[in-house]
Design a protein around this ligand. Sequence first.
Ligand code: HEC
Length: 110
Amino acid sequence: MKLSSTRLVKIVFFPLVFLCQGYFATSQAVPNVNQGKELEKNKCYTCHSQKSGLGDGNIIYTRADRKVKTLARLNTMVSTCNSELRLDLFPEDEADIAAYLNQQFYKLSK
Ligand code: HEC
């Protein structure tokens, strides 16, 4: 039996388009702020609390001379803390944490 080219399109091309859409939909998913909050609590809070000497890990994000002043800087900072301290977070986790930190503390728009 010989497949017509229209049938081939239906069998091969359409599922492929479908799969690609699924892939892009998940890879551009909106950051999950709640997930970011959990991760921050588990991986970041204690150290920030101790390093600041104030017993509160949130103060590092709200102190007057804080380092982060742009969203780009926030992403870099989350990324740097993650890789230098080998916290083993995935890029999606970093995006979730950055979104949480911005919503909760930095409130930056660019
Ligand atoms: C081992 C300790 C430690 C851990 C764990 C840690 N950090 Fe940090 N982080 C620091 C220190 C110390 C600073 C302050 C650096 C400075 O002032 O130059 C800092 C600063 C920051 C800042 C900048 C705050 C500002 O000034 O605006 C961000 C954002 C940040 N950390 C994110 C994170 C995130 C997200 C995690 C967890 C994924 C994390 N850090 C885990 C030690 C840590």
